[in-house]
Ligand binder design. Structure first.
Ligand SMILES: *Cc1c(COP(=O)(O)O)cnc(C)c1O
Length: 420
């Protein structure tokens, strides 16, 4: 076997990687609410020789020999996760948030059971029973809506949907919900219909870890999450639970829905959890919330309406139904100005999902770069201007220039030795 530098061994892949570093570093403001930038130590763990080994099973109970160090790493990840989230048990093997959810549905309630999740266009995720996803195809899902007046999830609506569908499991947790999740309310509903309560905290796990969003425990029985969104770790999933569900959760992941774990990713998760236990991470999460409020202030100056009127987490959902632009057009105009957001349905959106009447804007990635309230308020104003004048090329160029200045002022990987 010959070891060569990637630049020599595979110049095409190398070139694309170099370009991607450049794109992340200095081409646009990353404001997709589910994205973030990981520190060098996580990239190092992910790019390690752990990828060489099969470690099917769990620490101390592997199907292959030679797992001493894999056990050590997976145990570190599990212990740290339990400590951070106040959970009895953690399974750090899910390859993604979606596989974590599907494993739970299949193993804990089964294909003949009923599940209740949020309406997709009201902030839910495809893996919450949408019919284009395996979750909707294989399981009997019902859906609860967001309240039309408050634009929040309210007990009366969830209860009504729960009484109608009579679920064995209720999913609470969202991809485009700008407010705190009221786990106590969902517990009350779950108790009323005798269902297991599962929280999917994929988006907010960084805020929960830092204690700036209420914890899903003790109200929830099972908690699924990704590890690459606000918690800023290696790409992947995780399941946390109370002791009574521990062995079912483990078999839901392996052997029910996955084979061998991605141990290099699990090492990246372990390092992520160590970072998330530091006081600096608490400050980071606190700053995300402040930054999102500042962003909302900037948007308000241009009279943009936000779903539920504002935010108490890491994202805002701008309602464009009264504006001249669709979500798709706003996304494109902002991309021309080097601001990257995504079009997103708003509740009761008259437009199809490929078009939409909304944009979702998040601050975790820019907060990682070190930006604070002043920058985010200014960015909110720039977004407002572009959304109100999507055809004005000069304006978009000017905004793009200001974006370049901001990117230079708040470097990402430039100062470290990391290039990819
Ligand atoms: C992102 C997300 C997921 C899925 O995560 P993947 O790792 O992309 O599969 C699941 N649930 C919610 C609420 C999400 O926002």
């Amino acid at each position: 076997m010959e070891h060569r530098d990637l630049s020599e061994a595979d110049p095409e892949v190398h070139k694309a990687l170099e370009n991607e570093v450049e794109r992340q570093e200095s081409e646009s403001l990353e404001m997709i609410a589910s994205e973030n930038f990981v520190p060098r130590q996580i990239l190092q763990a992910q790019g390690s020789v752990l990828t060489n080994k099969y470690a099917e099973g769990y620490p101390g109970k592997r199907y292959y020999a030679g797992c001493e160090y894999h056990d050590k790493i997976e145990n570190l990840a599990r212990e740290r996760a339990c400590k951070i989230f106040n959970a009895d048990h953690a399974n750090v093997q899910p390859h993604s948030g979606t596989t974590a959810n599907i494993g739970i549905y299949g193993k804990l309630v089964g294909k003949d059971a009923k599940i209740l999740g949020p309406v997709l266009s009201h902030g839910g995720h495809l893996s919450h029973g949408h019919n284009v996803s395996m979750s909707g195809d294989m399981f009997d899902f019902g859906a609860y809506p967001i309240n039309e007046e408050t634009e929040r999830f309210e007990k009366e609506d969830v209860m009504k949907a729960a009484r109608k569908h009579d679920p064995d499991l209720i999913v609470c947790g969202f991809s485009a919900y700008p407010r705190e999740v009221d786990f106590e309310m969902f517990r009350e509903v779950a108790d009323e219909v005798d269902a297991i309560l599962m929280a999917d905290i994929a988006h907010i796990s960084g805020l929960v870890a830092a204690g700036v969003h209420p914890s899903p425990f003790p109200e929830c029985d099972i908690v699924t999450t990704t590890t690459h969104k606000s918690i800023r770790g290696a790409r992947g999933g995780m399941i946390l639970c109370k002791e009574e569900y521990a062995s079912d959760v483990d078999s839901a992941v392996f052997p029910y829905s996955q084979g061998g774990p991605l141990m290099h990713q699990i090492a990246g998760k372990a390092v992520c959890f160590k970072e998330a236990m530091k006081p600096e991470f608490e400050e980071y999460a606190e700053q995300i919330k402040k930054n999102t409020k500042a962003l909302a202030e900037g948007l308000r100056e241009h009279d943009l309406r936000m779903v539920s009127g504002g935010t108490d987490n890491h994202l805002v959902l701008v309602d464009l139904r009264d504006e001249e632009v669709t979500g798709k057009e706003a996304e494109e105009a902002l991309e021309d100005a080097d601001i990257v957001v995504n079009k997103n349905s708003v509740p009761h959106d008259p437009k199809p999902p490929q078009v939409t009447s909304g944009i979702r804007i998040g601050t975790p990635a820019l907060t990682t770069r070190g930006m604070e309230e002043n920058e985010l308020e200014e960015i909110g104003r720039m977004i407002g201007e572009v959304v109100k004048n999507p055809e004005e090329e000069v304006l978009k160029d000017e905004v793009g220039e200001r974006v370049s200045e901001l990117l230079e002022e708040f470097p990402l990987y430039e100062d470290s030795e990391v290039r990819y």
